[in-house]
Design a binder for this molecule. Structure first.
Ligand code: COA
Length: 149
């Protein structure tokens, strides 16, 4: 397990998390999910790991995974807040997730070429994938249903 700063606590539950602890994520997204929606995303995920700065009680990194519980798991999101990057937190989130969930046959994710090194260090291999994006839904279906946009 990579060493993280002593003020960083890794948790596999979001039970004690409130939306105000989730500010600052989805950096660079034109239509980001709100902290409320972010918390719903984490609650609805099959597995989640968060990194909490115990000095500020803020979540500073997270990873989530959705799975059929038998064969396949998909990692849609991992993010560490910019000021906390380069300290081993991203690797610790991914490694903790892999230790937390069962040994599924398929554990898949998509990433930019720049991040292939980050993932290959943790046992992932390069492949070819296809994706479909519906940008109107980028902030999440909840917000569309509530008419927030
Ligand atoms: C990708 C991300 C989660 C990495 O988190 P992090 O806490 O900075 O990563 P770590 O400090 O644990 O780095 C682990 C290793 O990966 C390497 N690494 C981290 N980010 C990298 C990058 N962008 N490109 C290449 N290598 C990278 C580190 O150098 C480190 O290598 P080392 O073990 O040899 O020292 C973080 O940069 C981030 O949130 N980026 C924005 C969101 C994003 O791109 N998410 C991924 C979507 S697929």
């Amino acid at each position: 397990m990579p060493v993280v700063p002593s003020n960083i606590e890794l948790r596999t539950s979001v039970d004690a998390v409130e939306p105000l602890m989730l500010v600052g994520f989805f950096s660079g997204w034109p239509l980001p999910p709100t902290p409320n929606t972010h918390l719903e995303i984490l609650r609805n995920s099959s597995y989640v790991v968060i990194a909490v700065d115990t000095m500020t009680a803020q979540v500073v990194g997270f990873i989530n995974c959705i799975s059929d519980g038998i064969l396949s798991a998909y990692i849609p999101l991992i993010e560490v807040l910019p000021e906390y990057r380069g300290k081993g937190i991203g690797a610790a989130l991914l490694e903790t997730l892999l230790l937390t969930m069962p040994n599924f046959y398929m554990i898949d994710l998509c990433c930019d070429a720049a991040l292939e090194e980050f993932y290959s260090k943790l046992g992932f291999q390069q492949t070819t994938g296809m994706i479909r994006r519906q940008y109107r839904s980028q902030s999440g279906l909840f917000e569309i249903e509530r008419g927030d946009q």
